[in-house]
Design a protein around this ligand. Structure first.
Ligand SMILES: Cc1cc2nc3c(=O)[nH]c(=O)nc-3n(C[C@H](O)[C@H](O)[C@H](O)COP(=O)(O)OP(=O)(O)OC[C@H]3O[C@@H](n4cnc5c(N)ncnc54)[C@H](O)[C@@H]3O)c2cc1C
Length: 386
């Protein structure tokens, strides 16, 4: 792995600095406080060619990899512009269609999605399954060649601004499959289809994207909507796990850097005893320690992305990067918050708002414990509890 970014990669990483001159953190925060999707920023990033970063050039994208997507998300987050939508849409849903879609599906969906004129979300979580995706109960019952989808999903990001969802449903009951990962199918669902409904969930996290419960009532789906093979959805879903972990780590590292930078500026100016408070080691050390953790995590996520793009096993690095990145992000915002004193809790400085976003990433889209289970069981080879 080369530690020096290519000129193109450098440009992608620096894009956050560039776009934040037009859409700064204040813009992000104002939208986040109102739960309003920052569509102007989204449109700008699409026009600049970043929504389709992982989409093949033949379908209107840039044909780049997870490494570049992580650079983009980290760079934007470095400047206070973390967007969950970039994880669920351009990385997970669109990346998935790009990798596993038929030529017809790719031509139908990807050019518009890469141009930012249509948007995708990703729906797997269910109220009664949570972290255990094998327990999902939404059923797409086959009727000849077609399917009727019934059930619900929860915490689905951005349904209100999206046109399509990549949805996982059961197509064969669990007692009729050989392997417990069989019997699931991934569908591309038109969110305007008859029988699809959704309700926003009141969340306490300050972020611009809303979360939704999605309901399916006899939604008609055809073979043209199946992504990959019927009943073999998990085979392709496993490909999504590492990109999700890597891009969440990238976001967490960026949030951490942004908070630390704010704290450095603030504590270099703020004088309450003799000299700026930033000169006190009690203020410096938590920020220095957090900075170290952020940079370590950032290295690990680049390793994971580099392995993934080369087709190598990336699970160990991706899980460690997600764990380390989320913890480093929290540590950094916590240190920055404390360094700001009372001002950290004001609307003007907005750090407490950012804390909710950093803290979210320990739990969602994949929680710390499942990550540690992976490292314990798959990396260390320890016994499984379930
Ligand atoms: C803001 C936000 C956005 C989201 N966006 C999406 C989205 O776009 N699409 C989507 O499909 N989902 C989305 N999710 C859902 C998210 O992936 C789930 O919340 C997450 O996977 C955990 O599921 P759960 O909330 O049901 O928690 P549960 O599964 O009920 O787990 C609760 C807690 O129990 C612990 N736990 C659970 N299992 C284990 C275990 N085996 N070992 C040790 N501890 C364990 C963990 O600490 C966990 O946090 C989002 C969630 C949030 C909050």
């Amino acid at each position: 792995m080369d530690f020096v970014l290519s000129p193109e990669q450098r440009m992608i990483y620096d894009y956050g600095a560039k776009v934040s001159q037009s859409f700064d953190h204040k813009y992000w925060l104002e939208n986040a406080r109102q739960n309003r999707f920052p569509e102007e920023l989204w449109r700008q990033t699409a026009q600049d060619g970043f929504v389709g970063l992982m989409v093949d050039q033949a379908y209107g994208g840039s044909g780049l990899g997870l490494f570049e997507m992580a650079l983009l998300i980290e760079g934007m987050s470095n400047h206070g512009l973390p967007l969950l939508m970039y994880v669920v849409g351009p990385t997970m849903a669109m990346g998935h269609i790009n990798q596993h879609g038929t030529p017809e599906q790719k031509s139908r969906y990807l050019p518009d999605a890469a141009a930012g004129t249509t948007m995708f979300c990703f729906a797997i979580t269910e109220p009664n399954a949570g972290s255990n995706a094998m327990r999902i109960q939404s059923v797409a019952k086959a009727n000849g060649e077609r399917f009727k989808l019934n059930g619900s999903k929860v915490f689905i990001t951005g349904v209100d601004v999206c046109d399509y969802a990549v949805v996982v449903a059961r197509t064969t009951p669990h007692d009729q499959v050989k392997r417990k990962t069989d019997g699931f199918t991934v569908f591309i669902l038109d969110l305007k289809a008859r029988g699809v409904d959704y309700q926003p969930i009141n969340m306490s996290v300050v972020n611009p994207e809303l979360q939704f419960t999605l309901y399916f009532d006899d939604v008609d789906l055809g073979p043209e909507d199946v992504l990959g093979e019927v009943d073999k959805g998990f085979n392709i879903l496993f490909d999504l796990l590492n990109p999700e972990r890597v891009t969440v780590a990238a976001m967490a590292c960026g949030i951490g850097r942004f908070a630390i930078e704010k704290a450095v500026a603030y504590t270099s100016e703020r004088v309450v005893f003799d000299g700026p408070i930033g000169a006190y080691q009690g203020v410096q050390h938590p920020l220095a320690a957090a900075k170290t953790q952020v940079e370590l995590s950032s290295l690990m996520l680049r390793q994971a992305a580099w392995q993934f793009d080369r087709g190598e096993a990336a699970g160990a690095a991706a899980n460690m990067a997600k764990y380390a990145g989320a913890e480093a992000g929290i540590m950094a915002v916590e240190a920055a918050l404390q360094a700001h004193g009372g001002n950290g809790f004001t609307h003007e400085y907005g750090l407490y708002d950012l804390y909710s976003m950093a803290r979210l990433l320990r739990t969602a889209p994949i929680n710390r414990e499942l990550i540690l289970n992976y490292i314990g069981e798959r990396v260390l080879g320890m016994p499984r509890s379930y």
